[in-house]
Design a protein around this ligand. Sequence first.
Ligand code: ZN
Ligand code: ZN
Length: 675
Amino acid sequence: MRRIDLLTLTVEDLVLLSNRGLVKRAQRELESGQLTYQFTQTAEEDLRFDWSDGVTCYLPNEAVLCDRHCNCTALSICRHLVRSILAYQASAAPAPTASETEEIAPTSVVWNPGEITERSLEQYFSVAKLKQLKQTFHAGQVIEVTCSHRPIAQLHSFPYTLRFLVKGDLRYTYCDCGDKSPCIHVPLAVWAFRQLSPGQSSGIISTEPTVLAVPCELLLAIENALQDLVTTGLRGLNASFMAVLKQLEQQCRQAALPWLAIAIVDLITLCEFYRSQDGRFSPNELQQAVVEICMRIDAMRSQTGAIPQLFVRGPETAKDTALRATRLIGLGCSVSLKATYFTFNAYLQDTHSGRTLTLSSKPHPSLENAADTTFWDAAKAKALKQTNWPTLGAGQVLIKRGACTLDYQLHLKRNQPAVVNPQKFEWEKLCSPLLVDDFIELQNHLKLKPPKYLMPRRAAENFSVLAISRVEDICFSSAEQAVTAHLHDQYNNSVALYFPYTEAARNGAEDLLTWLARYKLLFVSGSVVMRAMQIRIVPTALVFEINNHRQMFQPWIHSCRSNSDEIKSLILPAYKNCQLITHSVHNHSAKKYLDTLLKTFSEMLVSGLIIVPSSKMVMLDSLAQRGTLLGFRQLSSQLSKLSYQLQNQSEQQILLAQQYLSILVLLEILHLPSS
Ligand SMILES: [Zn+2]
Ligand SMILES: [Zn+2]
């Protein structure tokens, strides 16, 4: 009989169980041919390796692989054990046939760890321990589980990520809690997997108590503040109102509602922008902040169970996490574009916890004259200590101490040093679930995401790194005004690459086409979304292999433009057609209608509901009629009601404000798919 558990382990699995350096050394020792070994197998399928350098390794069939199984002094899984496993795999492999010399896609099976029985769990955990863990499980966990070749469980409440490496075998699990496997999170994950219904391959399993206490008074106070805001309008903003908002933000933090607190901070910032006549004020953003607050409040009150309250409210222990000495791997720097400003965001993976941290710049006013300036020029500013954004995105940061805020922003105090060095872009070493080598797994994960306004408030929530096997269909799409391509994983699943053409990042778009066509693409980092049943990634950085060296390309802040005329001729005519295309998009009647409504509503938000001119009321009436024609029935009946209330000012102000807010929420929901 063959030891299937050992044969299933891939090199990447061995890296997870030990580390890359040890695996490399073990491989080199084997390849050198200088070592020999004697190999014995008992009837119980325990293996014993006696190596010519005096080392003896045991690979017992029923035990967890650990340092005790080698006679050397190492305190963790050593290179001798790795070497023995590799030697066993080589000896047990059948002679290669002709077809196997070609590269074939791995053919392991997709499986569900829920199949693991209670008896298997009892082999590694005492009955008392399991009983205790069962209580933990039912005390309110949110665990996202995904069946795949190597199933994954994300324990959001802790938060840890756990992977099952070998089908049905608890000894080969990898959890970023760092405890020896199987750690206490394994039974929790197995129980969560069991709650998937038949045929379901992924899901968010929540064991939160059915109804959490609702902080009624606080939510009411926030709603009152919003109603005051829309009644008096931005023009009526004063210092005492700002003080109320700041107080509410503090109360949210105390009541363990950090995500609501952060949404209120956004609102405060935008109100301050308006008050100081700052060019970064954007009525759209303000509306979105108001809508998010309304939605989170509604979701807390109704608790339908569709979305875990953990996502709606945020973690209970709402404190910054202290970072000890660690290494942060740069994953590139991108630009987040808003109507009136933009920010630089650098993404970094903490090699210790596996978390993706973000470092964001202050909002820059939009580039006035984009023909002369690019994001590259602006990115030369200092990002972290003395380092600029491009160097930070492509580097690695060593810190001794620091903090990770609740929304995973990196925070270093002035006296906390950071050293930024170049990195080798060995992104296959990045921790999962950030690193994705199976796009089906990513797709299952994205399908479970709550809507935008009810997601955890973390900047890197949608950020992934994809391992790429093949690139196809590279082109500049004039219809979408973007560089597009299809990227394939090792199983031949594909995602769409999408890099929008902007004047300030034109160098990036032009050179991206050249690089994609010329060099081998290994990894792409960026934010991923589901668009029409396909995953789309907007790249933050791409890692290419050029003459056996890896090089990073950051399209948003890319500096030089290659002088390839062929590329220019590809893009420039398409760019000139831009006017025509934008025009046709705007003519789309439903979208145009919603845009008009949003604009009308933002004007009302500025002036306030107490002084709505009669012309606007007439406009609301006609918008309600057009809405009916376009099929927005619910929306138009709400609009008619608002218009009626406005015309009969005898109505209570508070009802008017409530009506306005509920339409605003409805509008944002309708607008979401196109935004
Ligand atoms: Zn050893
Ligand atoms: Zn664990």
